[in-house]
Design a protein around this ligand. Sequence first.
Ligand code: SF4
Length: 215
Amino acid sequence: MSNSLNNYYLQTMGIDTWIVREANQNNELPINSLTKLEQEVASCTRCPLHKTRSQTVFSRGNNQAKLMIIGEAPGFFEDKQGLPFVGKAGALLNQMMKSIGFGEEDIYIANVLKCRPPNNRDPQVEEISQCSSFLEQQIELIAPDLILALGRFAGQFLLKKQIALNQLRNSIYQFGQTPFMVSYHPAYLLRNPIDKKKAYADLLEVKKFLLAKAC
Ligand code: SF4
């Protein structure tokens, strides 16, 4: 676990100790591979976003989680902290997950792009194309039971189709061997709180799917 992630927990959860889980022999290779991948991302200069980033943003959460959440790209606070979904959108995401009984240990979070687009503009096709192999490798290494894509860009990236978000919701798709669902991005919900009920309904479907998978 990176120091930045550790610090994030300490800062946001108000804990002053950290309990290290015993290593799972079966997961040694993915953990090592994830570390290598994170290092590769940290030095990436494939697209112009490397010139304006403060740092790359790889992931937060549990790399053995059954649920992987994928967002669009780092914003201002993510770029500063080096972690995805922090700031107000991150706080809302944490609340949303808590509403279905999921904590930090139950999710693994990453973005389609690992570097912040200037002024939080939309990701460009070429940037997504240059960065996509990193996320694809992350998905393969995490091997979640389910991916929840948050927002239009993440949903369209996984589906490889340009479809409006409202049409992406309420279905289960496949990304390779991994099923995925699509719901609203927390940043959108901050601007459009009326859709929080629909987002909650989506999360209940996520929970239902994972419970059924566990049986
Ligand atoms: Fe590399 Fe992705 Fe960052 Fe572009 S956004 S520089 S491809 S890590």
